[in-house]
Design a protein around this ligand. Structure first.
Ligand code: G3H
Length: 256
């Protein structure tokens, strides 16, 4: 049984979108540039600006208000070394795409290297690395989600995300059966690892995922909170609908 609320992660590309997501009450705000791929980093200057803005947020002095957690996409396995050392210490999470990595030992090496760099670049206790799997793993040239979730569990990750590599409208549910999502959930629960689902997830899909065998610990969205597709601007009304939907989930005591 889980005692934690369901997370909502929303991807933003700049400070303006960050402010909109904060105002909407999003719990995890994730910086990524949607024009450049599934997990493309934004410019490091935007990381810096948002880290400063987080400190100045109107809620910063209100101890009863919980500020959003900040996350950053660092690119794919071939990209992260160019960006990771620039991540400000205010960030809570970092993600690296596993595309092109077919060998578990190589993915493990990258994850361990990234974890070490994150702790060094932020002076210790830095951003937590979130493991990422791609639902369309053949197209991404990487290990299948089950293998990545299991490897993350074996390495003591606290969080794992499934997303799609291609942003072509097909969702994670088009690539991965519900039985397989149940398997990912089982791997995660056995390891006390929280898992999130992303990949063109639409709000009307949520109810069908809230089953005892799947029931993700969080939803990560971009396209469905935009005005017209994931590269368009955020829609405050769509964000509000998602915040309300996720807040309505799990009467905590009924979750198994
Ligand atoms: O991390 C989450 C992704 O940004 C999800 O984006 P999407 O909903 O457009 O697939």
């Amino acid at each position: 049984m889980s005692h934690l609320v369901t997370d909502l992660l929303v991807s933003v590309r700049d400070l303006r979108e960050y402010a909109i997501a904060v105002a909407a009450g999003v719990t995890i705000i994730d910086f990524k540039e949607p024009d450049h791929g599934p997990l493309a980093a934004v410019d490091a200057a935007i990381w810096q600006q948002s880290a400063s803005a987080a400190g100045r947020s109107p809620n910063a002095g209100d101890l009863s208000a919980k500020p959003p957690l900040m996350s950053a996409a660092l690119g794919e396995a071939v990209d992260y070394v160019d960006t990771i050392d620039l991540l400000p210490r205010q960030f809570h999470f970092a993600k690296i795409g596993p595309s092109g990595i077919v060998c578990p030992e190589e993915l493990k090496r990258i994850w361990l290297d990234a974890r070490q760099r994150l702790s060094q670049s932020t002076g210790g206790g830095g951003a937590e690395l979130v493991a990422v799997a791609y639902a369309d793993h053949d197209a991404a040239g990487c290990l299948p989600p089950e293998a990545i979730f299991q490897l993350a569990a074996d390495l003591g990750f606290h969080r794992c995300l499934i997303d799609t590599f291609h942003k072509d409208g097909a969702s994670t549910l088009d690539h991965v059966s519900r039985a397989r999502l149940g398997q990912l959930s089982k791997i995660s629960r056995r390891a006390s690892m929280r898992w999130m689902i992303a990949g063109s997830i639409r709000i009307e899909m949520v109810d069908s995922l809230e089953t005892p065998t799947i029931e993700p610990d969080g939803y990560a969205v971009r396209g469905d909170v935009c005005e017209a597709g994931r590269t368009a601007g955020l829609s405050p009304s769509r964000l509000a609908a998602w915040v309300e939907k996720v807040a309505s989930l799990r009467p905590v005591e009924t979750r198994q």
